[in-house]
Ligand binder design. Structure first.
Ligand code: GLU
Length: 609
């Protein structure tokens, strides 16, 4: 009998951590801001939100507390988003300070060391004031609300308490003003800074805010993009080096997650591409970090071997399946002789089924795998289970495919899978590859197409296959893409005609067009008057292309044994309905053929022949 499967094991693990870490009672709430000194020190909440939008929470994870310094990581990303990283870098450094978070000191260039210490944070708030003026607080709280996925509010008591006791921050603010790190009223900048620190969040909110960072700036709960990937990366990089006060170095060494703590007792931590974490427990250690918050992160990191720099050997794992077509078949049931052809020749074609995120290294691994099968006739590459193709990966694959000249024919499928940003990918690839890359919506259709090619080239009618190869050169079919040509090939019938046969009768309905692949035919009027000879490599009966309701204008006889590709008027309509562009291309080609014939007739008339 299954045990209780309704509670996710990850939640059970968080409950165990919550229980085991609750025994730590050292530390005490921040007391330099009077309102913080009176919070209940026993409150303890943990929340974890995954990038696919699931939040696991334990204990006091819905209790509100003031965000304090954690706000710095988000306001810094806001400044980068609105002003650009270069502009922000001119005012705020990115180096660890090695000093207390509220040190009244700037670096040798009279800039704050980084945005995670008070001097950098106040400078950053000053930039937001310059940018948003009187709307600055609304801009900040709305932005943090977007990250949290709910409308946040501010605690007036903590704001007033900090405003009344924040003289050290006033000293920092005037030092910044004196060094022109912002051009705005100092008291207004401080007012905004104290308000941003007094915004109320819960451990759940912090986990969602961190998960939004983990998902490259996309909120997994609201499914809305909050911020660009670049701004998130820049903010997380400073969180790694300076997010945990003077414990930052040891934090990265032991735990290794981008994180930011606040004297309100909160810690938020990010595992990129996986989850965001929020912890709330007011008692702080001597460095200003939540004692239990640190313990929770240590437990999580060591138990699941989570570390930003932890890597898995995933170069090969993008290739989920690799096989040829000697045994694997499409759903198309074929006659035994064709199955036999595929059994004998299927090894000439391979299928690569990819999955997961394809990054630079994995794309390189894919190109190496394709290199090993370069003698194949056809290679199908399925992206149906791929969730992301990084731009670097596309560049590598494009560069590789552009080196392939006539074979193997590369066929993609799954380019339109909803998660994959595909249009640029496919357009990019088809621009750079020759012969043109084919694509099908699903793997079975792609395999079926390859089977058709194998049968037409190697099957019982190998001649038919050769005939099909000749079709590609027919003037009436010039400038058709491989996919369009394939539609034509799938809708024609190969005819073998003995010499001396009447193929078309004058006055008959124009019910199809003939592509002459080998042999010769003559065109004559009813009285036997010879009009012209048509030899292989061109077409006759093309009236069907213009108007199948018309009646044939002459008789046509085979003067040798001929092989033709016959496309009925009905199949022409089927082709044109699937690929409308083919009709205009064929009509243009026909007009060029008729102009050529007219020129030849005119030349004969001019010569009086
Ligand atoms: N508002 C607090 C201050 O400026 C934030 C400090 C912190 O959370 O590190 O001192």
């Amino acid at each position: 009998m299954n045990k209780n499967l309704t509670k996710p094991p990850l939640l059970e693990f968080l409950e165990k951590i919550h229980q085991s870490v609750s025994v730590y009672t050292s530390g005490s709430p921040a007391d330099y801001i009077p309102e913080l000194a009176i919070v209940n020190p026993d409150q303890f909440g943990i929340a974890l939100t995954t990038v696919d939008g699931i939040t696991h929470s334990v204990g006091d994870s819905s209790v509100e507390f003031t965000i304090q310094s954690i706000s710095k990581a988000f306001v810094y990303s806001l400044a980068i988003e609105k002003l650009g990283s270069d502009e922000v870098l001119k005012k705020i450094g990115v180096e660890p300070s090695g000093e207390a978070f509220n040190s009244i000191r700037l670096n040798d260039e009279n800039r704050p060391f980084n945005p995670m210490v008070n001097s950098g944070a106040i400078a950053c708030t000053g930039l937001i004031c310059e940018y948003a003026k009187e709307d600055a607080f609304d801009v900040v709280i709305d932005f943090l609300s977007e990250f949290a996925g709910r409308k946040l509010s501010m605690c007036k008591n903590v704001f007033n308490s900090e405003n009344l006791t924040g003289d050290r921050n006033r000293a920092i603010a005037w030092l910044l003003k004196n060094n022109k790190q912002f051009d705005y009223d100092v008291e207004k900048v401080l007012d905004l800074y104290f308000k941003q620190c007094s915004i109320l969040v819960t451990a759940k909110d912090l986990s969602i805010m961190a998960a939004t960072m983990s998902k490259n700036g996309f909120n997994p709960i609201t499914k809305k993009r909050v911020i660009s990937n670049e701004a998130v990366i820049k903010s997380m990089s400073i969180m790694v080096s300076s997010g945990m006060y003077d414990y930052s170095g040891e934090w990265t060494y032991r735990i290794g997650l981008p994180a930011k703590s606040g004297v309100g007792g909160g810690i938020t931590a990010v595992l990129p591409s996986e989850f965001g974490l929020g912890v709330f427990s007011p008692p702080l250690d001597e460095l200003g970090n939540s004692v239990r918050g640190i313990k929770v992160c240590q437990e999580l990191s060591s138990h699941f071997k989570i570390h930003l720099l932890h890597s898995e050997d995933n170069a090969e794992n993008c290739i989920r399946k690799l096989y040829d077509l000697s045994k694997i078949r499409s759903l198309h049931n074929r006659k035994p002789i064709d199955e036999k052809t595929l059994n004998l020749n299927g090894h000439k074609s391979s299928v690569i089924e990819l999955g997961g995120n394809i990054n630079l290294v994995q794309s390189d691994s894919l190109t190496r795998a394709i290199s090993k099968m370069i003698d194949k006739d056809f290679i199908v590459i399925s992206l149906e289970k791929v969730s992301e193709f990084t731009s670097g990966a596309v560049e590598i694959l494009k560069a590789f495919l552009s080196k392939i000249d006539d074979k193997p024919q590369i066929i993609f499928c799954g380019l339109r899978n909803q998660d994959l940003i595909i249009s640029e990918f496919y357009e990019d690839l088809s621009e750079s590859a020759d012969p043109e890359i084919l694509q099908f919506d699903n793997l079975d259709r792609a395999i079926e197409w390859v089977e058709n090619q194998i049968i037409s080239i190697c099957g019982e009618n190998a001649e038919k296959g050769k005939g099909l190869q000749q079709i590609m050169s027919q003037p009436i079919l010039q400038n058709l893409s491989s996919t369009e040509l394939d539609s034509v090939k799938q809708n024609l019938e190969l005819l073998e005609i003995e010499s001396g046969k009447q193929i078309i009768a004058l006055g008959q309905e124009a019910d199809g067009i003939f592509l002459l692949l080998s042999g010769k035919v003559e065109i004559a009027l009813d009285d036997g008057k010879y009009l012209a000879t048509v030899s292989s490599g061109t077409c006759f009966g093309e009236l069907a292309l213009i108007s199948p309701k018309e009646y044939r204008q002459a008789n046509i006889f085979s003067t040798t044994s001929c092989s033709c590709a016959w496309i009925s008027a009905e199949n022409l309509n089927k082709i044109f309905s699937e690929f409308p562009a083919i009709k205009s291309k064929m009509l243009l080609n026909l007009s060029l053929i008729l102009v050529d014939r007219l020129n030849k007739s005119n030349a004969k008339i001019a010569l009086g022949t």
